[in-house]
Ligand binder design. Structure first.
Ligand code: SF4
Ligand code: SF4
Length: 236
């Protein structure tokens, strides 16, 4: 499948000339800050685990967790888009994989995003709809739909810029326990960057661009095909 006309049009209108260069530089700075925040936090976790006689099992190419539901912020989505523009083969692969993912997971994910944006618009606390989120996440995992960024051999095509949700998730159990059909839940930790690092990352973009999470593949496709219009519509 070729690159849809809508992707070409957005790319030309919003990522060319000085505006495009500024966006790319911004994405590079954001990624460097994010990597540093994760590196520091992982280092701390590794030392704590070592003291407790445990070790992180996660490795590049290990991908049972890529069958689970993933969200990302608009700020992270823009970084992924920038990465895809610089990696044409991965952009093509995503555009090819996306319709299959959308056909299977789209309905669950659209409902999920609506619930989240309605809650945000009305100031509903997360606790009030946590049960619905849990049901939707279980439903998604049961479909065993691989992330559209998984390559044939099971690697992550956007590993260098994968969302925080993927990068901070660590298991200390055998990887098989992370599979959606595993009968035992793995022992996991989230490598959450400290408050100052989170504040620094949030301040990189316009207000709101780091605050709201959306279904990651659908958001990236929306940014690719509709650009700023997608952001305006999603964030109100
Ligand atoms: S969370 Fe589980 S499946 Fe994912 S990389 Fe870590 S060990 Fe592997
Ligand atoms: S972005 Fe990469 S690491 Fe995250 S779910 Fe998709 S394939 Fe897995």
């Amino acid at each position: 499948m070729g690159e849809p006309e809508s992707i070409r049009a957005v790319r030309q209108a919003e990522y060319s000339g000085r505006q495009g260069t500024a966006k790319t530089e911004h994405c590079a700075r954001f990624t460097a800050a994010k990597d540093e925040a994760i590196r520091k936090t992982k280092q701390r976790l590794t030392l704590e685990l070592r003291a407790a006689g445990e070790a992180v099992s996660c490795r590049r190419g290990c991908n049972h967790c890529c069958l689970h539901y993933i969200t990302a912020s608009v700020a992270e989505g823009l970084v992924i888009v920038d990465f895809l523009y610089r990696n044409e083969a991965e952009l093509r692969r995503f555009v090819e994989n996306y319709p299959r993912w959308q056909a299977r997971a789209g309905t669950v994910c659209t409902g999920f995003d609506r619930l989240r944006s309605l809650a945000q618009a009305t100031g509903t606390p997360v606790e009030a709809y946590r049960a619905s989120v849990g049901i939707a996440q279980d439903e998604y995992a049961a479909m065993a739909v691989g992330c559209p960024f998984l390559t044939g051999p099971g690697d992550c095509a956007i590993y260098a810029v994968r969302p925080l949700a993927c990068a901070i998730h660590c298991s200390v159990d055998p990887p098989e326990k992370c599979a959606p059909d595993s009968l035992q839940a793995p022992k996991c930790y989230n490598v959450v960057p400290d408050e100052m690092d989170i504040a620094a990352l949030s301040g990189f973009w316009k207000p709101g661009w780091s605050a709201m999470s959306m279904t990651m593949p659908a958001m990236v496709y929306g940014l690719l095909t509709r650009g700023n219009a997608f952001i305006d519509e999603s964030l109100g």
